[in-house]
Design a binder for this molecule. Structure first.
Ligand SMILES: [Zn+2]
Ligand SMILES: [Zn+2]
Length: 370
């Protein structure tokens, strides 16, 4: 029967699941963009992801390794399994368990805004996370109230506030030397959800990385990487999107990170540099007794450097990102055979055929497995 369950689960994943609302995270359908950008920013992945710049991940990691050692963390069985799974999946360079646990906590953190620990097969739960207006900020997307040119300014202001709030949590944690680690849920393939520990500063840094990286998937930028316009998902999925007012629609094309395509390789490199810059600034600040956001704000000035004067009326100043950002715009959500599914009629037709063929498949596999 287990084979049948897996077959049904796989079919439902292929037919029903939507894109990850971000640069992609690893699922049966999508590439682990966020995970790779984060690990490349820490310099623990081999080239080509970590090539050709002066990022030194040890500057970021060594203070955290030292702090984790002082914290005397108890890594329980489930957390060891999680650590081994992450380091094996991403071929992270070999190092002691505690160091790999810290590195893996970054991965749990960068996935967290997309999943909140929920298994990706729970479509209704993960989708409801993505469509909530208040959740747009952690993906560097506009809220539905961020309209017009002022909308860009307001959105950027809220992205920065969100990141500073999280940075303060790290500072507080490190300077108060709390002894307990947060718990979160990790989903193992074909096993399910397990409660694990994560190293708090790395887990929060991962969440910050998610927001920073998404601004290279959820914006139009110019060739100097100045931010021209923040994309919109909240109005798109509710069918109320008016581009002149709400900004460019969320593009599933920009969620890809195939570094064989020059446009994407440049975005990957920029997202990696920005991730490393914000990590460095936050780790340095956290070692000081009083929270001083100056270096964090400097990094954020570079990342969210808004260039005003480009919008739909002048085709966003005809920047080269525009043609990519117009591809695969997310469609409004409608009720379908998969419960709540993107309004993709082709998918629905395929789903209907599979539902009709399912009894035959179960009969066939049932005779082989029982
Ligand atoms: Zn995201
Ligand atoms: Zn996206």
């Amino acid at each position: 029967m287990r084979q049948i369950q897996r077959l049904i689960a796989l079919i439902i994943i292929v037919i029903c699941s939507s894109h990850a609302l971000a640069f992609q995270i690893l699922t049966p359908q999508t590439e682990p963009c966020h995970e790779k950008i984060t690990l490349a920013a820490l310099d623990v992945l081999d080239s080509p992801y970590s090539a050709d710049d002066d990022i030194d991940g040890l500057d970021i990691l060594e203070p955290l390794f030292d702090l984790a050692l002082q914290d005397n963390i108890d890594i329980d069985k489930g957390s060891v399994a999680f650590t081994n799974k992450v380091t094996k999946t991403f071929d992270v360079k070999n190092s002691p368990l505690l160091e790999r646990f810290v590195i893996s906590s970054f991965v749990a953190g960068v996935r967290f805004p997309d999943t909140q620990g929920i298994a990706i097969i729970k479509f209704n739960e993960t989708r409801s996370l993505h469509i909530r207006d208040e959740n747009q900020i952690q993906h560097s997307l506009r809220r539905s109230t961020h309209d017009g040119i002022d909308g860009n300014i307001q959105a950027v202001k809220e992205f920065r506030e969100h990141i500073l709030t999280l940075a303060k949590k790290i500072h507080k944690y490190i300077n108060n030397q709390q002894d307990s680690q947060p718990r979160t849920i990790w989903t193992f393939p074909f096993y399910g959800e397990v409660e694990i520990s994560v190293y708090n500063p790395a887990f929060i840094l991962g969440q910050i990385a998610h927001t920073i990286q998404d601004s290279y998937a959820h914006s139009i930028r110019d060739d100097d990487l100045q931010l021209i316009s923040v994309a919109n998902y909240a109005d798109i999925v509710t069918g109320k999107h008016n581009e002149g007012r709400d900004g460019p629609g969320h593009s599933e094309r920009l969620d890809q990170c195939d570094i064989n395509v020059t446009f994407d390789a440049l975005r990957f490199a920029a997202a990696r540099r920005s991730t490393a810059a914000i990590f460095s600034a936050i780790v340095q600040t956290s070692e000081e007794e009083v929270f001083n956001p100056t270096s964090i704000n400097d990094a954020l000035d570079d990342i969210y450097n808004l260039r005003e004067g480009c919008d739909l009326s002048n085709q966003y100043c005809d920047v080269s990102w525009r043609s990519f950002s117009m591809k695969d715009i997310t469609e409004p959500i409608s009720i379908s055979l998969c419960g709540v599914l993107g309004s993709n009629h082709q998918k629905s037709s395929i789903m209907l055929i599979i539902i009709l063929l399912m009894p035959l498949a179960i009969m066939f596999l049932g005779t082989r497995t029982e």
